[in-house]
Design a protein around this ligand. Structure first.
Ligand code: ZN
Length: 701
């Protein structure tokens, strides 16, 4: 995951004066950092430093924008666009530290501060977006951009800023702006309602078991967890399964009682569609309708056209075309998977036809027979240090860069490792923080962010300070941290994001490395391919005790495991993506019957009854309560790109091919954001990405 960059914002209201006493101790945010490579002086930052720095940061940016707006000289690239692009330096500096630490190493004080800051910062941001005078100047530069002797980069920057404002309605008449504001308010209320209904529906259903025989087939740890849940709910002696994935999936996977599997799965797939007060059908219908109106107000045919215009894919038609290609490839495979499982049912004398609630149970049997990947067998080959050195080795072989451990840089948490990254010729490239283990102040999951983005200041390159946060298995006693396969690929994934950040070269803040949602995961997923490549595995997967290189049969198992259940995984994902596109490609703001709409959408593509879309309409939170409307496709779009990019290396016969690596670095990473994603990709690859390598990887070709 790549956390979204902290966006620079402005404010036209003076908030309040800075607390005078906080100024006596010198606030580290107010001066240039006096540390090696000017990394944040974590050891000198006190929680009380943040608020004054944020307030001063907003005030400074405010003054910078006022200076742009009140300039009596006619708008130019330099006095308007560039000045705006450079504004908010202090705000960015403090924001990068604060928001990274509220995820990586937080506490109650920091959380309270975050709640206090949130409305101030969103107001600050809104005030910029609605600053009509600022937009007027930007528009003036935009209209003359082609005749002002600007270079391609400058023109792109002007267009980006212009479009940012335009997409938020800056160009509309007063009445239309009022209507847009109303629509935004209504949509945001509906979003909240959708989420609240879904939460209530999640909690409305529990599968309570009081007969031990009904637990047949479940592993002990799953039974224990269900017993603990029952205790929490004051149902001692019983077992409770909920609709949360860690409870639901093991039940579907292992429970022998078929009727109970059906019961819990129905509970899951009927959420928001039960005709009670938490029903989401109306909410979805209203949102779909209002989004058409919003898109058309802003000059687009459909909401999907509005969203995707800003993405690499550019048009809904392009997305539809590629989803259809993948669909046609995955559908036969999923039918084969059904046949394979039906055979097991028949063999066991089941005497019934496989249904959607049987899928996990029988695919688990297939997995055991054909794809069993035992983490305990693998783990000795994946000590954390070996995996870390393995990913450094890959980057070194491809790009020539080296990683030098530093012990003199301040860290935000004692276990964090810091590395200086150097170019092949020894010059400094940037800094990398690696934070491996869970701690009470850390959010779950893994992500990459930066404490400073690479950029340019007064003609001088500013180097990136990247930071990767994990929640990996800890070392125990004398045993080093030994990772499971999922953790290994996670390390390579996040490392891929950090390389992207380190390599960025772009001149302007708004564009440098700033890639759309359907591009962001490409550099990271690209690196995942290396983790499991046989040649790369042989270089780093070595037994932590004996140094023995991972045996070939385990390499084969790792390779093979990537093909398990891929028909299902691909199809349920694509079904949801297509449903998302259908809702958002509506070109008429009309009332729809959500259930009928969904059925029609799925019938049209021939979804088999044994599989439901990964999310059905009334619990599709990504698109009705998250930022993925007309954007659920981005995950597989990025997968097509990463598989195609990696294929170039495979085809060349040299997994570390330096010439290809140099091209990939230049066009897809360093210059990313300098032009449209597809343009950059084609410069590297020579053609548009093909879906074939992904199909091959998933065994769907
Ligand atoms: Zn990612």
């Amino acid at each position: 995951m790549r956390k979204i960059k902290f966006i620079i914002m402005t404010l036209s209201v003076v908030l309040c004066t800075i607390a005078a006493n906080a100024q006596k101790r010198s606030n580290p945010f107010f001066a240039k950092y006096q540390t090696p490579f000017q990394v944040p002086p974590f050891d000198k930052i006190d929680t009380s430093d943040y608020m004054p720095a944020f307030l001063e940061g907003m005030k400074q940016q405010n003054a910078e924008i006022a200076a742009i707006v009140n300039n009596t000289v006619a708008p130019t690239f330099a006095n308007t666009i560039l000045a705006f692009d450079k504004s908010g330096k202090l705000l960015t500096r403090v924001g990068k530290v604060f928001f990274n630490l509220t995820e990586a190493n937080t506490n109650d004080q920091m959380q309270a501060l975050a709640r206090k800051l949130s409305p101030l910062l969103s107001k600050h941001s809104d005030d910029i977006a609605l600053n009509a005078k600022l937009f007027k100047r930007i528009k003036a530069v935009y209209e003359k951009r082609k005749t002002s002797r600007l270079d391609a980069q400058q023109i792109r920057l002007v267009e980006k800023y212009y479009r940012d404002f335009e997409r938020q309605g800056a160009n509309l008449s007063k009445e239309k702006q009022d209507r847009l504001r109303k629509l935004n308010e209504e949509l945001s209320m509906l979003t909240i309602t959708f989420g609240e209904n879904l939460l209530a529906e999640n909690n409305n259903f529990n599968l309570v078991i009081d007969n031990q025989a009904d637990l047949d087939g479940l592993p002990q740890n799953v039974v224990d967890a269900a017993s603990a849940t029952a205790k929490e709910m004051k149902m001692d002696g019983k077992w409770v399964f909920t609709l949360d994935k860690p409870s639901l999936i093991p039940f579907l996977q292992y429970a022998k009682n078929r009727a109970l599997r059906e019961k819990i799965y129905r509970g899951y797939f009927m959420r928001g569609n039960n005709g009670n007060k938490h029903d989401n059908n109306d909410v979805v219908a209203k949102m779909a309708k209002l989004r058409v109106e919003k898109a058309q107000l802003l000059g687009f045919d459909s909401y999907a056209a509005y969203v995707i215009d800003d993405n690499m894919a550019k048009t809904p038609a392009k997305v539809d075309e590629f989803l259809t290609k993948l669909w046609n490839a995955a559908l036969p495979m999923s039918k084969k998977e059904v046949e394979e499982m039906q055979k097991i049912i028949d063999r066991e004398g089941g005497n019934f036809k496989l249904q959607s609630w049987d899928w996990w149970y029988y695919s688990e049997k297939v997995r055991k027979e054909k794809y069993d990947l035992d983490d305990n067998e693998l783990k000795p080959y994946f000590s954390l240090t070996n995996v870390r050195d393995g990913m450094f080795h890959v980057a070194n072989q491809m790009y020539g860069i080296t990683f030098i451990k530093r012990t003199d840089l301040p860290v935000f948490q004692k276990d964090v490792e810091t590395y200086e990254v150097r170019e092949a010729n020894g010059t400094h490239l940037g800094i990398l923080y690696l934070d491996y283990y869970p701690n009470p102040g850390k959010s779950g999951g893994a992500w990459c962010t930066d404490f400073r983005s690479s950029g340019w200041e007064d003609g001088k390159k500013i180097d990136a300070i990247e930071s990767v946060t994990f929640n990996l298995t800890k070392p125990t006693g004398d045993t080093p941290a030994l990772l499971n396969w999922d953790e290994v690929t996670t390390m390579f994934h996040e490392f891929g994001h950090s390389l992207h950040g380190l390599f960025v070269q772009g001149k302007y803040n708004r564009t440098a490395g700033n890639v759309p949602q359907d591009y962001v995961e490409m550099p990271s997923q690209f690196m995942e391919n290396f983790a499991g490549d046989p040649e790369v595995l042989r270089s780093y997967a070595k037994n932590y005790k004996t140094g023995e290189v991972i045996p070939e049969n385990l390499i084969a198992k790792i390779q093979n495991s990537g093909r398990f259940n891929q028909g299902f995984i691909t199809l349920e994902y694509l079904a949801a993506s297509i449903l998302d596109m259908d809702f958002h490609e509506l070109t008429q703001a009309k009332d729809i019957n959500v259930e009928a709409f969904e059925k029609q959408a799925m019938d049209k593509i021939g979804l088999i009854p044994e599989i439901l879309p990964r999310y059905r309409s009334t619990y599709f939170a990504h698109i009705f309560n998250g930022g993925y409307a007309a954007g659920y496709y981005v995950y597989i779009w990025a997968a097509v790109l990463d598989a195609d990019a990696f294929d170039a290396f495979k085809q060349s016969g040299n997994i570390y091919n330096k010439d290809l690596a140099a091209k990939f670095r230049k066009y897809c990473l360093a210059e990313s954001g300098d032009d449209e994603g597809m343009v950059q990709y084609k410069k590297f690859r020579g053609h548009e990405p093909s879906v074939e390598p992904l199909l091959k990887r998933r065994g769907l070709e």
